[in-house]
Design a binder for this molecule. Structure first.
Ligand SMILES: [Zn+2]
Length: 454
């Protein structure tokens, strides 16, 4: 009731503003994204997972010489599979190893080559090709003893599920065109301390790459909780608020000063992912959890967060810890271990569809507007927003969104055409605002949070 009245009263007031071009339809389905979502195949995902499990162990320090067992065989197979698929889908997918030697550390007993398999689909719009979205899963696995590089460690859920989802997305999406660049990454040494992802994220930072968003898929394999209850209608999306830093950056201090704890880059990205995921995958909820990760746990989004990038983690709704990080064994008649019979391939496909819809939507949309500011030089009850113009040739204009300070999701919106400033008859003290960029097809960027302009 309150929600509706906010939108209605705001729109009523806003009817007096100068007319702008018709609002693009931001709720429509893009045919290309519907097709991608449809093509994601549970059967192919099952095939990828069974093949990965067949390498017996994918422990980061396991055998690299054998053609049939260990992490070396696994990564060569992933690479060749992505190459084969890329070639059959138009030849635009660029597949490469990203390798480095990790020195001895708490979970690395001898210098070890850590190899990520990275498949890049270059963007096709010059104004957007430098903007990148990264999606990952980790292909290494582990046993109860983190240093056990020999025992069977199937890792069917943790994280063959995420690896298979990323391979399936790469393969399906490779034949389509997106404005921005997509990076499909399967990484190693997650279990040994997020080493593969950290190496790639550090290179990205040093090269000053524009990573506009990153998602890791880690433990997305099962819809069944430890009591046997099935919930295949949702996925958790972990989204950090304020980054954990010894000293706050200026950007973080500004967020704190203006009450923007829930408007970090990752939270804005999570809102966009939830919107696109739920639009294209019906009856499936993206449950945004407003924290970095589960207690006692971490994932490959963290090295990206630590370098200032927006990054999120997808994980199944209720984990069964008997099926993670456990030697295969039977206890009191119960089979323990991370085995493929505990995976739900239809469920994994649903999570892959949410990822693919969000990646497609973000990489077809313009960049989030830059230098969004709210004028605060004088005391007034209106909200004056200004921002920098976007460069994309297919830009339709900008949309201002707002919500109550106690709400997590946008409640009201106003399309303003190609203006680069706008005054709303709503108090900046009482609402949170954001500015989005929208293209002619209705593809919408994440919102940018305004910083104060004095
Ligand atoms: Zn994992």
């Amino acid at each position: 009731m309150h929600k509706n009245s906010l939108i209605l009263s705001a729109l009523t007031v806003l009817a007096a503003v100068p007319a702008v071009a018709a609002t693009p339809d931001t709720a429509r389905h893009q045919a290309q994204i519907d097709q991608i979502v449809q093509e994601i195949s549970p059967a192919r995902i099952e095939g990828y997972i069974n093949k990965l499990v067949g390498f017996r162990t994918r422990h980061t320090m396991s055998d690299t010489v054998s053609e049939t067992e260990g992490i070396g065989a696994a990564r060569r197979w992933i690479k060749s599979e992505l190459e084969r698929c890329g070639a059959s889908q138009g030849g635009r997918l660029q597949v490469a190893f990203d390798s480095h030697i990790a020195p001895v550390s708490a979970r690395i007993s001898r210098p070890t080559e850590i190899v990520n398999v990275v498949a890049t689909l270059p963007g096709t719009q010059p104004a957007s090709v430098d903007r990148m979205y990264v999606v990952s899963g980790h292909y290494d696995s582990r046993n109860t003893d983190i240093m056990d590089a020999k025992g069977d460690a199937p890792g069917a859920n943790d994280d063959a599920s995420g690896t298979a989802a990323v391979m399936e997305m790469a393969c399906v999406m490779a034949k389509y065109k997106f404005d921005a660049t997509l990076v499909f990454m399967t990484v190693a040494a997650e279990e040994q301390g997020l080493l593969g992802a950290a190496h790639w994220a550090e290179q990205a930072k040093q090269k000053n790459l524009n990573i506009a968003g990153m998602f890791t898929n880690d433990i997305i394999g099962s819809s069944r909780d430890e009591h046997g209850k099935v919930d295949n209608t949702q996925v958790r999306l972990f989204a950090e608020g304020l980054p954990v830093q010894k000293e706050n950056s200026d950007a973080v201090r500004t967020l704190i000063q203006t009450g923007g704890e829930n408007d970090s880059l990752s939270r804005q990205l999570a809102r966009a992912v939830k919107e696109a995921g739920e639009r294209y995958v019906p009856k499936f909820k993206v449950n945004v959890i407003q924290r970095r990760d589960r207690y006692l746990r971490g994932g490959d989004h963290m090295p990206f967060l630590e370098r200032g990038y927006a990054a999120l983690r997808f994980t199944e709704p209720a984990e069964d810890f008997n099926h993670q990080h456990q030697n295969i064994r039977t206890e009191k008649g119960v089979l323990i271990g991370d085995l493929p019979q505990y995976d739900d391939f239809n469920y994994i496909a649903q999570v892959a569809r949410v990822n693919a819809a969000a990646l497609s939507s973000l990489s077809l949309a313009p960049a989030a507007p830059a230098k969004v500011q709210v004028r605060t030089a004088k005391l007034q009850n209106d909200t004056e927003l200004v921002w920098q113009a976007n460069a994309e040739p297919d830009l339709a204009g900008y949309r201002i969104v707002w919500r109550d300070t106690s709400s997590a999701e946008w409640q009201g919106s106003q399309f303003v055409g190609k203006a680069t400033e706008f005054t709303l008859p709503l108090s900046k003290d009482n609402y949170y605002f954001g500015v989005q960029a929208i293209d002619n097809d209705g593809n919408t960027s994440p919102a940018s949070y305004p910083t104060p302009l004095r």
